[in-house]
Design a protein around this ligand. Structure first.
Ligand code: PRT
Ligand code: MG
Length: 205
């Protein structure tokens, strides 16, 4: 049995067609059910659909053999016990620093609102910029507007969300897309099966 962990939300929409091309299908009534473990068209493959940030956790602990998660989530989580084997090129965006203007980055200690605490810390450390990270779980764009922070670190796609809140993208931290990850123990014990799936997905990208 092979268990695949998928991120619900925007990544899922782009993942399902990709898996279908590789030969794995989940029926609509399974997807629309309240079940957490979904059957597929194949007897030896099950799928779990969980929050994006939980995917590396399930894969790391071997509760799922494979998973699909955003690079943003993987960078934040760290890569213990899992291999990132494929860039799927879906759910693309950029991790960026944004503020009301570049003047707002001229601070001795920069106040940064973000849910990407580790990535933000790493980035500003590399820049030699001292910073204070304010952890938020959503609506990052609000922080500079109400004076909670000087800037934010968040994902940017079209830039419309920043624009709507009077913010501009300033520094580019990382290009983000979704990645296929494999539990390191599963990669050994289920090597043939997993390699077949990696090739099937890769050949249909
Ligand atoms: O809902 P839940 O808390 O479970 O998780 P979530 O809201 O993080 O999940 P979801 O479904 O939004 O998917 C998140 C994943 O999609 C991320 O981990 C990324 O890998 C990927 N992704 C790709 C994005 C975006 N593009 C994106 N634009 N995730 C979020 N955004 C948000 C961004 O945070 C900002 O608020 O969209 C807004 C910016 O979009 P633009 O187009 O206005 O620039
Ligand atoms: Mg969401």
């Amino acid at each position: 049995m092979l268990t695949i962990a998928l991120s619900k939300g925007r990544i899922l929409e782009q993942t399902l067609p990709l898996l279908k091309k590789a030969g794995l299908e989940i029926a609509d009534d399974e997807l629309n059910s309240r079940k957490l473990i979904l059957d597929t068209n194949l007897d030896d493959v099950k799928v779990i659909i969980i929050r994006a940030t939980d995917v590396p956790v399930f894969v790391q602990h071997g509760a799922a053999d494979m998973g699909i998660a955003g690079k943003d989530v993987l960078l934040e989580h760290g890569a213990n016990n899992l291999f990132e084997v494929l860039d799927l090129g879906i759910a693309k965006c950029k991790l960026m620093v944004a503020a009301k203007s570049s003047d707002h980055l001229n601070e001795n200690t920069l106040k940064v609102a973000t849910k990407y605490v580790n990535s933000a810390k790493r980035y500003f450390e590399k820049q030699g910029q001292s910073c204070e990270i304010i952890k938020l779980y959503g609506a990052m764009e609000l922080a500079p507007v109400v004076g909670l922070s000087h800037c934010i670190v968040d994902l940017v796609d079209t830039g419309n969300t920043l624009k709507a809140n009077g913010l501009i993208p300033l520094d580019h931290i990382e290009d983000i897309s979704s990645r296929l990850v494999i539990n390191s123990a599963s990669f050994k014990t289920k090597n043939t099966q997993i390699k077949t799936w990696i090739s099937a997905i890769e050949n249909n990208l």
